[in-house]
Design a protein. Structure first.
Length: 212
């Protein structure tokens, strides 16, 4: 008789993170109970706690996993073009990815959560601000936008994006604005807010939407 191969602790941990993410995508934190995550992962609830000290720690790992993918996608679309085109592409990619996975984005970015997860949100936001500030520095050096406090401008842009997406992402708001219109408006706003000439690049918006 063939002996059943035991799964490694690493694969079980990864499976728990993946299944927690799938449940968040379907119904937010209310749907992602410890028992539901364990059942979908093929382990007991007690086994889950051998890999994560608490449910909050598991959700922190889920957040980190998705944040890493999000930043990689944003960096990929912002890798070429003029500095402002790259800025547009980064904004478009971020908004498009959130809008295409609204329930998950709402859970990860806005839904009330444990303080541990909230702290991880702040880490992600700071990372996003650093990336945005880097693009702004390059745009200033290239003469595409005027001199400014790039850290403050980056924080303002990232904050505006997050606040603008609250309504569209909310599972109870009944948002009906088309995804393309939301992305285009955000790109236009961000471009104007940093002092770029008012001539939005449709190419970068479409590129960000395609890769989101």
């Amino acid at each position: 008789m063939r002996r059943r191969r035991r799964r490694s602790p690493e694969s079980t941990r990864e499976r728990l993170v993946a299944e927690a993410g799938r449940l968040l995508r379907k119904g937010g934190y209310a749907a992602a109970s410890v028992q539901a995550i364990a059942d979908r992962s093929g382990v007991s609830a007690g086994a889950l706690y051998r890999h994560f000290a608490s449910k909050a720690e598991l959700f922190v790992e889920v957040f980190r996993d998705h944040a890493k993918r999000d930043m990689a996608a944003i960096d990929a679309v912002a890798a070429s073009g003029t500095c402002i085109e790259r800025l547009e592409a980064a904004v478009a990619a971020h908004a498009t990815r959130a809008l295409r996975h609204r329930r998950l984005a709402w859970a990860l970015l806005h839904e009330p959560v444990d303080p541990l997860v909230d702290a991880e949100r702040l880490v992600y936001r700071r990372t996003y601000c650093r990336h945005m500030a880097g693009l702004l520095r390059q745009a200033i050096a290239a003469g595409e936008i005027p001199e400014q406090n790039v850290e403050l401008s980056a924080a303002a842009v990232v904050g505006a994006i997050a606040e603008s997406l609250v309504g569209p992402l909310s599972p109870v708001a009944g948002q009906v604005t088309a995804e393309a219109d939301i992305v285009a408006a955000l790109v236009r706003f961000c471009r104007r807010s940093v002092g770029a000439a008012d001539a939005p690049s449709l190419r970068s918006v479409r590129r960000g939407a395609r890769r989101g």
